[in-house]
Design a binder for this molecule. Sequence first.
Ligand code: FAD
Length: 316
Amino acid sequence: MFHVPGADDVLRGTLLHMSDSKALAHWLTHNPAGRHLAARFVAGEDLDAAIAAVRTLNDGGLMATLDHLGERVTRAEEATAAAAEYVTILDRLHDTGVDSNVSLKLTQMGLDISRQLCLENLLRVLKQAQAIGQFVRLDMESSRHTQDILDVFAEVWAHGYRNCGIVLQAYLHRTERDVEWAIELGCRVRLCKGAYAEPPSVAFAEKHDTDANFVKLARKLLEGQLYPGLATHDPHIISEVKSWNFATSAFEFQMLYGVRPELQRQLAGEGYRVRAYVPFGSDWYAYFMRRLAERPANLIFFLTQLKDALPSHHSS
Ligand SMILES: Cc1cc2nc3c(=O)[nH]c(=O)nc-3n(C[C@H](O)[C@H](O)[C@H](O)COP(=O)(O)OP(=O)(O)OC[C@H]3O[C@@H](n4cnc5c(N)ncnc54)[C@H](O)[C@@H]3O)c2cc1C
C-alpha cells in the first residue's frame, strides 16, 4: 500500500531536514529570541541550571536523566571534551545526591570519527559511572547509526559493564529482533517511537503502525523483565500499559522535560515511576527541531513567539 503524505508529514519531514542545517543552527542559537523559545524544552545552558531543574523535578516525585546536548561531533577533541563533561556531570550528581542518571549520544563521543575513539570515550564515562553506582543510557540516533550503536554497546557489555542500557525505536522494522536480542542479553532498554526522518524501507510510514509496534514491544520487554523505560507521552499507550497491571516497580515511564509535565506529575502521584529526560547546554538546535517536528502545533506557537520577540521593522 502507498502512503500518501499529509500536510503534517510534509512539515515534519521539512523540520527534520532543517535540523541538519548548520547555518540555521548558528542563527537560532545566537538569537536571544531563539534561546528564549528553546527554554521550553531545554533546562538551561549550564550544569547548575540543569541540577536546579532536576531538584525541582525530584521535589515533584520525578526521577531524571541528564543529557548534555551535542551530537554528530566531527573533531576528536570535541568528542573527548564531551566525555570529560559527562565525567564532571556524574561527579556533580554524586556530590549533590539528586535523583538522576545520564543519557548520551555516541555520535557525541566520536562515533562518526572513529569507532575506537568513541569506545574509549564511552569507557571513560562508564568507568566513572560504575565507581559511583550510576547508570548511563545510550540514546538511539538515525538508522544510519543503529547497528554501530548496538555494536559499541555489545562491546562495553562484553567488557563487563552492566551499568549501561540502550534505546530502541518502535518505528524501525528491525526493532522487534533487537528487542529479542536485548532480552536474551539481559540489558535494560528504553523504548521510544523514534524521532528521525527515516525512509519507508527501514521504518513504518504510518504512525498507527509505529504506535501498534510500540505496544507490542512494550509488552515483550515487560514480560522479559528488563525493567524497561517506556518513553512516550501518548495517552492511549499509557492507559494500555497501565491496564496490564505489571508491578509499578517493574518499569518506568519516561517523558521529555517540558512535554506534558502535568501528566508526568499525575502518573508519579498514582505511584508509577516516572523519569524526565532533561537536556541542557548550548548545542540545542537539532534537539529543539526534533521537538518541533513531533508536534506541528509547536511550530505555530514558536513562530508566534518569534514574531513577538524579534525587533519590528516599520516600512513607510
Ligand atoms: C524520555 C525520552 C527519551 C527519548 N529518547 C529518544 C532516543 O534516544 N532516540 C529517538 O529517536 N527518540 C527519542 N525520544 C523521542 C521519541 O522517539 C518520540 O519522538 C517522542 O517521544 C514523541 O513520541 P510520543 O511517544 O510522545 O508520541 P506522539 O504520538 O508523537 O505524541 C503523543 C502526544 O504527546 C504529546 N507530545 C509528543 N511530543 C511532543 C512535543 N515535542 N511537544 C509537545 N507535545 C508533544 C502530544 O500531546 C501528543 O499528542 C525520546 C522520548 C522520550 C520521552
